[in-house]
Design a protein around this ligand. Structure first.
Ligand code: BGC
Length: 748
């Protein structure tokens, strides 16, 4: 398409129509100019292409592969796997003529109560940013664009349309925008979807600073910005702020509204043209191929299984309770209705109609394991069903091994509302506790979208976190239990011991209009580790059926960053995958700083007794923090510590280093303290020359004293040092001399 010619040929009503969705799933077409409509569908872990005429029922979509939700797939810490998952999703979208896939959701999991955490990658912006980027690259490699969502700081579901996420600029930059910055710069997403909420009082879909200054001017975003569904309050204002597409549109009312705004001068046609231009580019780039394609459903189902296999997290494995190899399981009892009716996907806009759901019970019956099954509880209620519970307990008493499935039912966890507890439903929690006490060989298999409290943890033999594992949930669960697959998933969020340990517990969701991010940058492990709090399972934690030993940490550094190299040896007898994590601690700043922050990670497969070398490159940004007064990233010259671990609490190697970053110094202002002037030779000399030497009577001020040799020098007592330059007037120095000094000090 010749974008500029097409733009010039469009009438005002046509342009007004283009910036509003035609309906829920299509952009407007302009037949006259052969501009096609683009189709978009949810969602992040499987296609939700509504069946024609089923607009009202979001569960009535075509069949598609239900891949693991992001809570699980992110636990793989595997960028190439996420890229392949993106390719699979892209292939499916292309087969259905879908141009834009409405995902991935890359918001951070700030509180474990967040109703949509299952759809998000991590509490850490690097993990979410890198895995999100891999996903986007995968989808877009299949000629399908994405909508990276929900921009930004959309971390609670209650009152999500109106609540304001209130936080400091540093918190916003270092955590909640950081993920988007990584994805926008690394993966060039076709579109970004703004979220419903406000940030510090301004609606995101109408926030010029967010949409223009930061997203486009600072990060160089070239795609189109669309709104979340119904997120726009004032469309002309949103267009002025930098939104390109309101979704879904309001039909003729949207067109009339834009024309009226142009007529009254509320909206400038040049501004409208900018948005139309962005949309024409998107339509030109991502319009579907003429010929529909197909994909191999079975291969895609098997790939969903691979993703889950690579991601399921072995949280606890006392005395090698697992794996349970077929033939050695003895009398095995499987308990829990979730084995029969698993929770394997999220609820809300990411809901998928799976092609081939394999339940844990069905997969068990197909396996070489022999086991008896008892439902133990009813999923549709939280009260204990005594008959079901007693039957299960009786069977478990004399079993060699007990495997109990537990988790949050769909009614407890969904898009659109937040949770208010981290406890399992009472009937499940009680049963798990009793089973674990009754039989020391009890393994708990969890199906849930986010962290759970585990008051029974100490009595269990093993705990496996399968999150929401997609349609191959059954196959993957037994792959891990039997050891057909060596577990290699690691948590991308902290599991706190209890809800009240979370830093935002007293305020989360309390104010209907505001969410106060009072913990600032101290969120997730940044909080628990800095305060040395006990946690149930730390960020980054995950066990394997083999062991890894870390060795020989070598650092090569210069003024731009550092290269960190070390070895990992698989000391066991099975092939396994390690997830080395690099954390940086900044010891050189006076700013509040978490004790450690993740700055690099990877995943690698290592054969038994093999050693592999890992190299991480750190650049200046990896040592930086957001400086609010200077409105830029700042890297301090000084001492740091590099830590390599298998979780934020399991540090295997660490070393100190001193970095020398050439910072351009902070500007000198009337607020600069005399302490700085006295300490820095350049400033001291300038002050001497410009202020002291030019004074007629140098003893007429209180700045100077005689030194031992009788020379007049700057006074150096504590009270004076603790005064800013503007106070010099009170000390008898003419204000114009101070201004001249400031100008000279900044001119270098
Ligand atoms: C959700 C989005 C989703 C959209 C379309 C909204 O309610 O927040 O994530 O893509 O609906 O279904």
């Amino acid at each position: 398409m010749d974008i500029e010619r097409t733009l010039a040929a469009l009438t005002l009503p046509e342009k007004a129509a283009l910036v509003s969705g035609k309906n829920n799933w299509y952009t407007a077409a302009v037949k006259r100019l052969e501009i096609p409509a683009l189709m978009m569908t949810d969602g992040p872990s499987g296609l939700r292409k509504q069946k024609p005429g089923s607009e009202a029922d979001f569960t009535d979509s075509i069949q598609a592969i239900a891949f693991p939700t992001a809570a699980l797939s992110a636990s793989s810490w595997n960028e190439s796997l996420l890229q392949k998952m993106g390719e699979h999703l892209g292939e499916e979208a292309r087969a259905e003529q879908v141009s834009l896939l409405l995902g991935p959701g890359i918001n951070l999991k700030r509180s474990p109560l967040g109703g949509r955490n299952f759809e998000y990658f991590s509490e850490d912006p690097l993990v979410a940013g890198k895995l999100g980027s891999a996903y986007v690259k995968g989808v877009q490699s299949q000629h399908v664009g994405v909508a990276v969502k929900h921009f930004a700081a959309n971390n609670r579901e209650n009152q999500r349309f109106t609540a304001s996420s209130d936080m400091s600029e540093r918190t916003l930059r270092e955590l909640y925008l950081r993920t988007f910055e990584i994805v926008v710069k690394a993966a060039l997403p076709a579109t970004v979807m703004t979220s419903y909420n406000k940030i510090n009082g301004v609606l995101n879909s109408q926030n010029q600073r967010l949409l223009r200054s930061i997203l486009r001017d600072e990060w160089g975003f070239h795609g189109a910005v669309m709104s979340d569904w119904g997120a726009v309050a004032d469309h002309p204002q949103a267009l002025r702020a930098g939104l390109d597409l309101e979704m879904p549109g309001k039909g003729q009312a949207s067109v009339d509204e834009i024309i009226r705004a142009i007529d009254t001068g509320e909206l400038d046609e040049g501004t409208l043209n900018k948005s139309v231009r962005h949309l024409l580019h998107i339509i030109d780039n991502w319009a579907p191929a003429e010929k529909p394609s197909t994909y191999d459903h079975e291969a895609h189902h098997n790939f969903a299984r691979t993703v889950a296999d690579d991601s399921i997290v072995l949280l606890k494995n006392h005395a090698n309770e697992l794996p349970l190899t077929p033939g050695h399981e003895g009398k095995l009892v499987v308990i829990g209705e979730l084995a029969e009716k698993p929770r394997y996907q999220g609820s809300g806009s990411s809901h998928v109609n799976p092609t081939n759901l394999v339940t844990p019970l069905a997969a068990l019956q197909n396996s070489d394991l022999k086991a008896d099954y008892y439902p133990g509880y009813r999923l549709d209620q939280s009260e204990t069903d005594d008959t079901l519970a007693q039957t299960a307990l009786t069977a478990a008493k004399n079993a060699d091994h007990v495997i109990v499935f537990a988790g949050y039912p769909e009614s407890a966890e969904s898009e659109g509302f937040d949770k208010n507890s981290l406890m399992l439903p009472e009937n499940q929690g009680d049963l798990v506790g009793q089973l674990a006490k009754l039989n020391p060989h009890t393994t708990v298999i969890l199906q849930n979208g986010s962290a759970v409290e585990m008051p029974w943890i100490h009595s269990t033999a093993a705990v496996v976190e399968t999150y929401l594992a997609g349609e191959s949930v059954g196959e993957s669960t037994w792959d891990i239990i039997t050891g057909a697959v060596n577990p290699s998933g690691h948590l991308t969020e902290t599991f706190p011991r209890r809800l009240t340990d979370t830093p935002m517990a007293p305020t989360f969701g309390q104010d209907p209009h505001h969410e106060y991010y009072t913990e600032g940058i101290f969120m997730g492990y940044r909080y628990y580790d800095t305060h040395e709090m006990h946690v149930l399972f730390p960020f980054g934690h995950g066990l394997s059926y083999t062991n890894f030993e870390y060795s020989k940490l070598v650092i090569d550094q210069n003024e731009h960053g550092a290269t960190v190299t070390f070895g990992i040896t698989n000391t066991g007898d099975r092939i396994g995958q390690a997830v080395p994590q690099l954390y940086v601690a900044n010891h050189s700043t006076h700013k509040p700083m978490p004790t450690k922050e993740l700055r690099a990670f990877t995943k690698l497969s290592i054969d038994p007794h093999e050693t592999k070398l890992v190299t991480f490159k750190l650049n200046r940004r990896d040592f930086s923090w957001w400086c609010e007064p200077k409105q830029r990233w700042e890297a301090d010259t000084g001492d740091y510590e590099i830590m390599i671990g298998e979780s934020s609490r399991d540090i295997r190697l660490q070393t100190k280093l001193t970095m020398d970053f050439k910072n351009s110094p902070a500007p000198i202002t009337t607020e600069t303290y005399f302490a700085q002037v006295v300490q820095e030779p350049r400033l001291r000399d300038l002050f001497q020359r410009i202020v002291l030497d030019s004074e007629q009577d140098r003893t007429n001020n209180f700045l100077t004293i005689k030194d031992d040799a009788g020379n007049l020098v700057l006074m150096q007592n504590q009270m004076f040092l603790n005064m800013p330059l503007r106070a010099a007037v009170a000390l008898g120095v003419p204000a114009n001399l101070i201004s001249s000094f400031i100008a000279a000090a900044n001119d270098h």
